[in-house]
Write a new protein. Structure first.
Length: 88
């Protein structure tokens, strides 16, 4: 019984750290970020089909499909539009 309690507490203590695992994309203020519409257009020219577009930390993040039709989770630098990290 104590082992289950310890395991549950361990999992809960690591959960906030997992939620903050997004990459650092820029240190620039939001006033210097590319407008969302322009970023979405750039992402589409890269071959992505965007299902969800959101701001995560200091990144633009999308969920959708890549040019091969595979699932894509991608973090972008909101100033330059460069890919910072790809996930699944």
């Amino acid at each position: 019984m104590k082992l289950k309690l310890i395991a549950a507490l361990a999992i809960l203590s690591f959960s906030p750290a997992l939620a903050l695992a997004s990459p650092s994309c820029t240190k620039e203020p939001k006033s210097k970020w590319m407008p969302e519409a322009a970023m979405k257009a750039k992402i589409e020219t890269m071959g992505y089909k965007v299902k969800t577009f959101e701001i995560t930390g200091n990144c633009y993040e999308i969920y959708g499909k890549d040019k091969n039709g595979d699932r894509a989770e991608v973090y972008f630098n909101p100033v330059s539009g460069d890919i910072v990290q790809k996930g699944d």
